[in-house]
Design a protein around this ligand. Structure first.
Ligand code: TRP
Length: 334
């Protein structure tokens, strides 16, 4: 049986890019009986880059409600908050003692910050860099190895962290016996990377997102803001050169895609194309949006669900951590 695991850092509000690129495929895969799924809210990871308590708390609530509203079956998938599993920071320490400092020096996230400091002419290359940022890959390795995940679906930017998780896990195995399986990185090329309003990858950091749970009118307004070229109604348009079409593709069926291609060739007006796009996205999200709003108004239900998930996660984590501690020599006196 394969174990799929992935985490989402709780620093922002879910947007259409997260939905298409991560949440929707993960929920779909979790219905496959060949997989055991672990999905979690990476709230310890949030602290690495966000020191706004209200934002972390609100984001955790929104992301949890999102997965639930979109129909994640929490009886099948284990859905939990990282910080509810005390075994994870404990394992982080065991792994920290296995992680080569030289390996961490090569981490992209850390190197990017050093490069920025150097560029800005600072005499301290480590300016503003916390140990949280520096050892971020070790915490992530603990998330993954804690549940012996076999497959980890992530964005391309995370592949180095997965390599590090394998490196650290292998070193532990080498010294203390075979405890961890090596997790595989799954970067699904079929899953769409959605462009944002300006055409760059939809991302919080570019400020070009379409939030997932906008009320209908606002959703329409956002979609109308997607950048297009200046071709007039009646002029043929190239679907391969249109952000509207790129986003449309991520939601439409094969047949709808073909129909839209014909409309592009016939010179559909941008406003009309956007209206079609709005209707398609709105139809897909309508029911879930009501559920989402209901959950946001009933936070106890979310909290209960997360508590249930934490208990399930710990059924695995508690005995496994005891085994790992015993392996390194931390055990009852005998
Ligand atoms: N670092 C990941 C990101 O920023 C989130 C994450 C934390 C994660 N722990 C994980 C993803 C474990 C996969 C597995 O996207």
């Amino acid at each position: 049986m394969s174990t799929v695991l992935t985490g989402i850092t709780t620093t922002g509000s879910p947007h259409l890019g997260n939905y298409v690129g991560a949440i929707k495929p993960a929920i779909q895969r979790s219905t496959d009986p060949a997989y055991k799924s672990y999905f979690f809210l990476a709230d310890f990871h949030a602290l690495i880059k966000c020191w706004e308590p209200e934002r972390v708390a609100q984001s955790t609530k929104e992301i949890a409600a999102t997965w639930m509203a979109l129909g994640l079956d929490t009886d099948k998938a284990v859905f939990y908050r990282q910080s509810d599993i005390p075994e994870i920071p404990e394992l982080t320490w065991l792994l920290t003692c296995m992680a080569a400092k030289g390996l961490m020096n090569r981490s992209h996230a850390y190197k990017a910050q050093v490069a920025e400091n150097t560029e800005q002419g600072s005499d301290d290359p480590d300016k503003g860099i916390t140990m949280g940022l520096y050892s971020y890959p070790v915490l992530m390795a603990a998330d993954i190895l804690m549940f012996n995940a076999t497959e980890v679906p992530v964005g391309k930017d995370q592949t180095q962290h997965l390599e590090m998780a394998r490196d650290i896990g292998a070193r532990f195995n080498h010294h203390f016996g075979e405890h961890f399986v090596m997790p595989k990185t799954v970067v699904d090329e079929k899953v769409a990377v959605l462009p944002g309003l300006d055409g760059r990858k939809m991302s919080k950091s570019y400020n070009n997102t379409i939030p997932l749970w906008l009320p209908e009118k606002k959703l329409r307004k956002h979609i109308m803001k997607i950048k297009t070229n200046s071709l007039e109604p009646g002029e043929p348009k190239d679907p391969n050169d249109s952000f509207v079409f790129d986003i449309f593709k991520a939601f439409a069926s094969e047949q709808q895609i073909n129909e839209m291609k014909v409309e592009f060739a016939n010179g559909i007006a941008w406003g009309t194309a956007k209206q079609h796009l709005f209707e398609m996205i709105n139809t897909e999200l309508q029911v879930a949006r009501e559920k989402y709003n209901e959950l946001m108004n009933n936070p106890d239900i979310i909290e209960q669900e997360l508590n249930k998930g934490a208990a399930k996660a710990r059924e695995y984590a508690t005995p496994f951590l005891a085994e790992l501690k015993a392996a390194v020599g931390i055990r009852p006196i005998s």
